[in-house]
Design a protein around this ligand. Structure first.
Ligand code: BYC
Length: 328
């Protein structure tokens, strides 16, 4: 089952057996021709479920992803960094709003999505379940996690579902500012004092493994890729995205005099593929099942934020009713 049920199973293609074969063929032909599918168009229920699962998880990742960096706003070194980080964190939460709106076009309400996040039924990105101990951790997120997100989002923005693609276009435009900000922060640390360089190296050591996990399990272990690529929801496989990230960012990291904590990392120039050491996929599965260093804390913070924002939502509802109720 999709949309928060069992995990790591191949798509239930019996869902497709029940679809009207003529409509299914027309739908697949449209996708093949590169047309966008819009909310009022016919779509197989499995396409709808898969999109809800993926867009919702993406939205949750943005909102939870704002937490580790958010804790650094008050401690950011200097006023300029504070202002930039406030703007970045605000953008990330805005991305969640765009994504939740895109997922709502498929029939799941925002309330249902938030409830599924808080109950642990829906996932969010593995990487935000790790602690940001130092300012250098925040710099790592702003540069390299955003870089990974851009690799993924630029590819999928060319996908088949109109509302998701349009949200991704806008998100990518904002992420490109984050990337410049993050790169600047890392350059500053990596070319600073011995202590700053050491802090940056330690952050890289802490985050490299979750960063490798960020693109999802290796293709041979991925359960959704085949179908999602066929329907152009995903435009690159997990391994291709990881490879593209390594291609683009390994040279930039090394240029700064930082060491990548993987002695096996090397590029096979013949195939163009990177070889890397086993990043401990068991840890990845543990973390995405809820057993990472910060999963409980992240959800608790989100739950408190939901509780504290309840009065705002109620006030807005009342204001809306007052506005539409004619005066006596
Ligand atoms: N984390 O068959 P697979 C940001 C799950 S926010 C957690 O390969 P798929 C930022 C997967 O869901 C941007 N779970 O899946 C924010 C599935 O489980 P279920 C984050 C993961 O969907 C603030 C199972 O493993 N980006 O950058 O084909 C500040 C099997 O995997 C992960 C997105 O969310 C993971 N990393 O491919 C700074 C991108 N990977 O659902 C920065 C949108 C896999 O069957 N999502 N799983 O229970 C995607 O592109 C795809 O969903 C993935 C996975 C590539 C992540």
């Amino acid at each position: 089952m999709y949309g928060g049920g069992t995990i790591f199973e191949k798509p239930e293609n019996k869902d497709l057996v029940n679809e009207d074969p003529v409509k299914l063929q027309e739908f697949e032909d449209r996708i093949e021709r590169g047309e966008k599918i819009e909310p009022s168009d016919w779509m197989p229920s499995l396409y709808r479920k898969q999109l809800i699962r993926m867009i919702e998880q993406h939205g949750h990742s943005e909102i939870i992803g704002a937490l580790p960096e958010g804790t650094w706003i008050t401690r950011a070194p200097g006023f300029r960094r504070k202002m930039a980080l406030i703007a970045k964190v605000q953008d990330e939460v805005g991305h969640a709003q765009l994504l939740y709106s895109a997922a709502e076009t498929l029939g799941k309400t925002r309330e249902e999505m938030i409830n599924d996040l808080l109950s642990g039924k829906s996932k969010y990105s593995n990487i935000f379940n790790y602690p940001a101990f130092t300012w250098a951790d925040s710099c790592f997120i702003s540069w390299l996690v955003d870089a990974g997100a851009i690799v993924n989002q630029l590819a999928n923005a060319r996908g088949s579902y109109g509302p998701y693609c349009r949200a991704l276009d806008r998100i990518c435009a904002e992420e490109s500012f984050h990337l410049k900000y993050g790169h600047h922060c890392v350059i500053y640390m990596a070319t600073g004092t011995d202590i700053q360089r050491k802090m940056m190296q330690e952050a890289l050591n802490r985050w490299w493994k979750p960063m490798m996990h960020f693109f999802g399990p290796p293709d041979k272990m991925s359960v959704h890729t085949e179908l999602l690529m066929k329907w152009k929801v995903k435009m690159a496989t997990n391994d291709d995205m990881r490879n593209q990230f390594l291609d683009m960012y390994v040279p930039k990291i090394l240029e700064l005099g930082l060491e990548i904590p993987d002695p096996e990392l090397r590029k096979d120039e013949e195939t163009g593929k990177w070889h890397y050491g086993d990043p401990d996929w068991d840890e990845f599965y543990r973390v995405i099942r809820g057993d990472g260093p910060c999963n409980a804390e992240r959800l608790e913070v989100r739950r408190i934020a939901e509780e504290r924002g309840q009065w705002v939502r109620e006030a807005l509802k009342k204001a809306e009713t007052a506005y539409v109720t004619p005066l006596a």
